[in-house]
Design a protein around this ligand. Structure first.
Ligand SMILES: NC(=O)c1ccc[n+]([C@@H]2O[C@H](COP(=O)([O-])OP(=O)(O)OC[C@H]3O[C@@H](n4cnc5c(N)ncnc54)[C@H](O)[C@@H]3O)[C@@H](O)[C@H]2O)c1
Length: 374
């Protein structure tokens, strides 16, 4: 099944984009599963983009994407899409995690700017190869950690940078959520023929900590703005015994400047209410946390809390506003060549922290930063 869309002609190349050109950015989506369908809705709400082509080997997932983006050409093999389509500016990579490196590097080498979903990669080596491919091609590589755009994260970053709690010293956060989507794509092992939800296998997911919790770790790393020295974690499979990947972990990330960041992750924490997602930042002068739609700051010396209003994301959009604003940021980088808000360095940092935590869980020891490659 090749190029089964309505456009059967081979496309001509399109004139280059710049800050001055007003034509939409022409994108291909590679991987059109559950996240791909959401990205299509978000792209369609954004006049700065045109979805030109879709690639996915699973017919029912590709079919659904094609009904959402009816003008786009369809490909079962992304390599054929990249070889044939001369009319693209960018690719959005939304495959299972283990394919991010292969697909992203192919798209960069083909001369496209790339927005790659989180996690950047499943190994540090792959993240390094992706960063090198971006540098060599001179193309933009944006990593899809869109939750930096949560208004709470934007405000906390601004307040910490302005010294509202003095020097940041201790961070405590958690993500308690439900299990992975049982309808995720099934990976078929070529040796055994056994098919398994890709999020249950280390080979295809990398780590449960790469799949979620990485948003919080990326955003808080950005706010802490320090170099990591050591990572320690404990975790395992207390509830879901049907898989290789873990269902809970407690992490302690130690920074060179003395900051400690504890992060608790649990996949059997559905219906956690307000405890599901919690962040507290403590500095040498005060403590800060999201509270009833504002950021509360209390000084160590006492006195009443000071409340800071959040700035709503403008324009306001109904579906996944953070993903919409990520697309605006990616578009700005594509048009102006400005370095991405979340680039390869940040993407790799979050991956490396989570892989060290996974290794710590497996090997029952504290991990130094150089326990994985630089
Ligand atoms: N940023 C976020 O908030 C967010 C949310 C959900 C998922 N994600 C990420 O998006 C990615 C996809 O997740 P999902 O929920 O859509 O998974 P999914 O299982 O629903 O879909 C995965 C899709 O990839 C396709 N695929 C498999 N091999 C492929 C190949 N060789 N070429 C092209 N496509 C291929 C599958 O057929 C399927 O359609 C993951 O990396 C995930 O971490 C990000």
């Amino acid at each position: 099944m090749e190029n089964i869309g309505r456009r059967t002609f081979l496309p001509a190349s399109v004139p280059a984009l710049s800050a001055q050109t007003t034509r939409p950015i022409r994108v291909a989506l590679i991987g059109t599963g559950h996240r791909g369908w959401i990205q299509i809705a978000v792209l369609k709400a954004n006049p700065g983009y045109e979805i030109v082509a879709l690639a996915d080997p699973t017919p029912e997932f590709l079919d659904r994407a094609a009904t959402l983006a009816p003008g786009a050409a369809r490909y079962s093999d992304y390599r054929k899409l990249l070889a044939e389509r001369k009319d693209l500016d960018a690719a959005i990579v939304i495959t299972p995690n283990f394919l991010h490196a292969e697909v992203t590097i192919a798209a960069l080498e083909r001369g496209l700017d790339v927005l790659c979903e989180k996690p950047m990669a499943t190994t540090v080596e792959d993240a390094n190869r992706m960063a090198a491919a971006a540098a060599k091609s001179g193309k933009i590589l944006y990593i899809g950690c869109q939750k930096r755009f949560f208004p709470t994260n934007l405000k906390m970053q601004e307040l910490v940078a302005a010294g509202a709690i003095g020097k940041i010293e201790f961070v405590s956060a958690n993500l308690f959520r439900g299990d992975w989507n049982p309808r995720s794509w099934q990976y078929t092992d070529p040796k055994t023929g056994v098919s398994t939800n890709w999020r249950y296998l280390t080979r295809t997911e990398g780590s449960a900590l790469l799949e979620d919790g990485i948003h919080e770790v990326d955003a808080l790393n950005w706010i802490i703005n320090g170099r990591v020295r050591r990572v320690m974690a404990t975790g395992g499979n207390n509830v879901y015994k049907d898989r290789e990947t873990i269902d809970h972990a407690g992490l302690l990330i130690e920074y060179e400047n003395g900051v400690k960041f504890t992060f608790d992750f649990c996949l059997f924490g559905q219906n956690a209410g307000p405890a599901g997602r919690r962040t507290v930042l403590i500095g040498n002068e005060g403590i800060m946390q999201p509270e009833n739609g504002r950021i509360a700051v209390r000084k160590r010396t006492g006195g009443p809390a000071q409340y800071f209003d959040l700035k709503p994301l403008e324009p306001r959009v109904p579906e996944d506003p953070e993903a919409y604003h990520q697309l605006l940021a990616f578009a700005e980088s594509v048009r102006t060549r400005k370095p991405p808000f979340v680039g390869p360095e940040s993407g790799k940092l979050a991956v490396k922290i989570m892989l060290l935590a996974e290794k710590s869980v497996r090997e029952h020891r504290v991990m130094d930063w150089n326990d994985l490659p630089a």
